[in-house]
Write a protein that binds this ligand. Sequence first.
Ligand SMILES: [Zn+2]
Length: 261
Amino acid sequence: MQPRAAANQITKALRLALPQDKWFPVDPLTIAQEFGVQVHEEDLGTGIEGAMLCSGKKSAIVINSRIRELGRRSFTAAHELGHYSLHRDRAELRCSFEDLVDTAPHPENIEQEANEFAMTLLMPMDDIREQAGTGVPTISMAKRLAMRYGTSLTATALRLRESSSKSFALAYVTSGQVRWWWPTSRFRWRMKRGQAWPSALLPCDDPESHDTRRLFGIEAKARLGEVLRVSGADMPNYDASLWIVETPDERRPWEWDKIEA
Ligand SMILES: [Zn+2]
């Protein structure tokens, strides 16, 4: 079964079983236990976030007890539940932090499939569309929805990116350099891994306007226009920061629906 379809099937069952005010945040470990999967927390050392083990009819999900942030723990649990739902034929899967942020389109990448499952289960598309409305996602919106879904800021922002047809890019920055750059298809400029992030930008929940050329140079200005709107947040637990860079929407409000339809 496809990852999204498998997750949506569980969402349907959850919504039939629970009153609406209990739909979020989704608790993947309780769901795993409902399936008869054992759930353990163990010290898996550094580098491994979680694991899924299968032997005969017994299955277990192990979450690394070193994970402190609830959002990351919940995403790891949902990712392992994804392996249980989709890849039970493997006896043992251990998943690293890198696995859990792999969103590159590899058709047979099981780590990406488990991530797709986790994103869909924790943040169902119908709900995130309803919550996000028609505006361009901002850090303040990502923070609000991260609370609703019990997810990390990065996972929530990635899901917002999937749900939106607007022109913007997400940047995950460590040590002043771009580590991941996730643009929407409408955003016509790319940063490379390792490229320096403008030190002039300061974290802010709501977007602030900046001169494109001053931030990213002449080529970016030619492709994106004179002004960019940027919001961003520090993530001290990861020694990283997350940014949303958008091109201003120059259409009139009454034109929005027409063009998106
Ligand atoms: Zn995995």
